[in-house]
Design a protein around this ligand. Structure first.
Ligand code: FAD
Length: 352
């Protein structure tokens, strides 16, 4: 994952690419490979902070038995192999950001913008958005909406936004513990709230958190956040209700609730594409949508006989790439070649 971090583009900038792929699930990842064989470079954007889509987020340790050539592979194992396979094509990863808008430019190319403020310009867009974007679950705290985006955040986009704040982190999973450890050094104060003594997070993170607690560097309370106080979207305190019903106030100016993720179609519905029951209809020759130059592959698309299987998404990626190549460079002749016998493809893959 370190190589990937090096590849990740963090700055807010305009990024021009032949192809932008919305969604870095298994199908978006394999599309990089098929496009790369045709000399087409791609950027991948995903709201998750890691590639792999459902495989990485919903079932990283579960075995998959129907990937051709792998009698058994875990969700994480498949993602790891896909990342290894696409490495020669050097895709750029733009993680922890949601594609919000997609519009055609006067020059025929597409402009995409994300909630992190960056802009992408592409000749072709591939929507590999699966069941939609993973979005954080809102905890059941009355009035929390008034503080969202200001004091209440569901992700850490910039650690500096948390410097010298009284931070309250709520949850017991990996995200809650990881951010407790990472934000503690720059926080004015940090309190972790979880509804029980046991944590789901990695034991190593839990041990490190307990060491901070023993050293008096953080506070920990068992209970649930039941109310928030503040003015104009600026939080001043959270009320925590303990198991015995007693309540106490914790001073805080930033709150990070980590209650897991849910899948929502999200902005894809706003891009002016034909939709059928929240899926994007495509043809089965090119997997193109109702908008020429915008393709949809993987779980997000629908056509007669569609199966929501990873192997179907891989096939769709291969055919989509042939059609995308004709848009990216209409004058280039596409020659069908096997990776086994084509020295030109093997050079692209870096194996000769
Ligand atoms: P996804 O994996 O859903 O990835 C889409 C990505 O797009 C997500 O990461 C999402 O955050 C991102 N995204 C969406 N919208 C936006 C946006 N606007 N901006 C930024 N990012 C966005 N399939 C099999 O073939 N075999 C199996 O054994 C199998 N087992 C499964 C077990 C479980 C428990 C589950 C839940 C699924 C299983 N599947 C299995 C189905 C398989 O995981 C899906 O078919 C596959 O993940 C689809 O891949 P995808 O790349 O199309 O979409």
């Amino acid at each position: 994952m370190n190589d990937l971090t090096m590849n990740a583009v963090e700055a807010t900038e305009v990024i021009e690419k032949d192809v932008v792929i919305v969604g870095a699930g298994p199908v978006g990842l394999f599309a990089v490979f098929e496009l790369g064989l045709l000399d087409i470079g791609a950027a991948l954007i995903d709201i998750l902070d890691k590639p792999g889509g459902q495989c990485a987020e919903l079932y990283p340790e579960k075995p998959i038995y129907d990937i051709p050539g792998y009698p058994v592979v875990t969700g994480d194992g498949l993602v790891e192999k896909l990342l290894e396979q696409i490495k020669p094509f050097n895709p750029t990863f733009h993680l922890s950001r949601m594609v919000e808008t997609l519009v055609r430019q006067p020059d025929g190319r597409f402009k995409l913008t994300t909630d992190a403020g960056d802009t992408f310009i592409a000749k072709v867009v591939v929507i590999a958005a699966g069941g939609g974007s993973f979005q954080p679950k809102r905890p059941p705290v009355p009035g929390i909406e008034a503080y969202e985006g200001t004091s209440v955040r569901y992700a850490v986009r910039r650690m500096e936004d948390f410097r010298d704040h009284d931070i309250l982190i709520v949850g017991g999973g990996d995200s809650a513990l990881d951010w407790t450890l990472n934000l503690q050094p720059l926080a004015k104060s940090l309190t972790l709230v979880h509804r029980r003594e046991e944590f789901r997070a990695a034991p190593d993170s839990v041990n490190k958190m307990r060491a901070l607690l023993d050293g008096g560097k953080i506070d920990f309370q068992i209970g649930q956040v039941s109310g928030l106080s503040g003015n104009d979207g600026q939080l001043t305190a959270a009320t925590v209700k303990a198991k015995d019903g007693s309540q106490s106030d914790i001073a805080c100016t930033r709150m990070l609730p980590f209650f897991g993720l849910t899948m929502k179609l999200g902005p894809v519905a706003e891009w002016g594409l034909n939709l059928e029951e929240n899926l994007i209809p495509v043809d089965t020759e090119k997997f193109e949508t109702s908008e020429p130059g915008i393709f949809a592959i993987g779980d997000i698309n629908t056509y007669p006989g569609k199966l929501k299987l990873i192997l179907c998404g891989f096939h769709e990626a291969a055919l989509m790439s042939q059609a995308a190549a004709r848009i990216v460079d209409p004058d280039k002749r596409i020659v069908f070649q096997y990776t086994t016998s084509s020295s030109s493809l093997q050079k692209k893959l870096g194996v000769i």
